[in-house]
Design a protein around this ligand. Sequence first.
Ligand code: GLA
Length: 751
Amino acid sequence: MAIIFHERSGIFHLTNDHVSYLIRIMENGQLENLYYGKKIRDREDFSHLHDETARPHLCVSLPDPSMLSMQYTRQEYPVYGTGDYRTPALTIRQENGSRISVFTYESHTIQRGKPALEGLPATYTESDDEAETLEIRLFDKVSSTALILSYTLFEDLPVIARHARICQEGDAPVLIERAMSCSVEFLGSDFEMVQLSGAWARERYVRVRPLEIGLQGVQGLAGTCGGAEENPFLALKRPHTTEHQGEVYGFSLVYSGNFLAQTEVSPFDMTRVLMGISPESFAWKLEKGETFTTPEAVMVWSDRGLNGMSQVYHRLYRRRLARGYWRDRERPILLNNWEGTYFDFNEEKLLQMARKAKEVGVELFVLDDGWFGERNDDFRGLGDWFCNTDKIPSGIGGLSRKINEIGLKFGLWVELEMINMDSDLYRAHPDFVLRTPDRYASHSRHQHVLDFTRQEVVDHIHDMIAKILRESEISYIKWDMNRYMTEPFSAHLGADRQGEVMHRYMLGVYSLYERLTSEFPQVLFESCASGGARFDPGMLYYAPQAWCSDDTDANERCKIQYGTSMVYPLSMIGSHVSAVPNHQLSRTTPLETRGAVAMFGTFGYELDLDTLSPGEMETVKNQIIRMKKLRRLIQTDSDFYRLLSPFEGNETGWICVSGDKSRAAALLCQRLNKVNASWLRFKLAGLEENTSYRVTFEVGGITRSFTAFGDELMYAGIPVEREDLLRQGGDFAALFYELEADQGVSMIRGF
Ligand code: GLA
């Protein structure tokens, strides 16, 4: 791995065994984006890759005879107003109102390792040989503003992590109106854009559309990354690229606030990708001596298809974005009382649920919404983070100890960023609400958002929750966020700083997460936002797992988990078995299928076990035994391969293969049963061709097994008997395959 600077040609070459990324200092001092893609060998000069042609309407940036025009140049970090009419990466408004800036190269540093981004989540290294970082300093002489572009190239992975910093060095302040985390320009537009879009209960569906001239993209303006609707991710794939073959460029933003991910194709077939904080709701005043840091964008290149790109994100995010005690640990199997009781519970009911959970092998009991203040419905109580002792006479401390005595760990639900107007907190501090003066404050689920741009609000909430954590035996926190932001305005910021509210809010949330995770390092945090409405890399930095969706129907979950796996590792995907008929859809799916699908994630139950028959309780017990055996493989020690897409056919298929390829767990799930149907072969992936595997699966409660070599399993596939699917329930039936190598195969791999 190396970041090389060729002084004579003014070219930076970021290259490892996988990728090359070339930046050139142009004759006018600005930076050009010469190449990004598969590794090419290094040479002193790549200037011939620069394209310059005389064209009508050319606005030339240098004196004659140059033809250098910003409109036709693949710029590294384009700014507004000097001849490029495409969307810029940076716009700064100066005191005289001008938005024109020209940033030219001043200096650069190349260092081993990766510096942290202050106050922001970001990927990291554990030792300096894992990555190298280039920082290029540019300067705009008129506004006296410095721009630092940062690039970290990871050693073993086709990954470049980027961000920008803007520092005001002159006396007059500037207003940053737009500051992207990354900009990349490609020659050609032969791409399709992949995005993860949806809505509540159908989050992160995979959508693909061809690029066209003009703008296309996704944007989140809800204050919680893209909410359930959009995810801070896009990929550009070649039209022929499939899950397992072909070229793809992924862009993922490590941020949980408003974002923009945009492509722009010019009529000359240049494609610009921009990713960063959405400029729609953003403006940041920078005074002398101040620095603004953009969130980090993580770019992945792969020539092994979408699945190849996903595996890189999984590896990086699982080990170098997630942090702390739980990062590499098997996740506890939990029972959450929400769908079992909703608000209708008392202490005895909870203890009864916990005893039942213990019987089947559950390890963690989670008390969801409804334990605090006057919270007997969703009209009141948010903000009152003290126990409702009418419902739980022993208090949270007492209850947690009783649950521990049963032999389970105890977890608690909170929604720290929110307030109900019917709460003691609101009565004492009505000014804590984020709202615009003289305007109606829209509510959602009868709740409002706290002004986390204010330190004293964050401190107040911190002190309440830290007290409970200190006084109780709490091993897990589910941190929910159940509404989008509206009328954002902070009474504590001046008129010239209102554009900062949305980002400052996120910085407040991150600071509270940072404080709580460092004060209580062994508590497992699970993030949540009405299910999966804030499922992003930023959250993963603080909370190693996230509730994937409120939709727990196994058939719907196939799509949601398939789409989520495009970027996010299975160790992050909160997945539970719930009751039937399903509470979101009224659909009934077999318990075996619900278990099998939920096992490809963190796993748990979200129902009242008292409502299950003895036979179903046996099935649950066996599921938990299986998950305990397989969770290390699934959550921390495997590569994930998507095999059959629920967006394309009747079947969903995927497999987790251990790093040494000696073990695997695969799922085949069908939507509707087919009558008098054709034959079905389930082709696996990721196995060792020459290894013989014992394949074990269950049909109608009877265990079966056979052996076959990896090549046969991958290329000829497993013949699936339609009868077996019928025995597994017909509609929505699943088959769960476990594979063990007959003789171990060893392979060495990095993180
Ligand atoms: C959100 C969550 C659910 C549950 C409820 C409680 O909808 O996604 O899992 O915690 O809030 O109000």
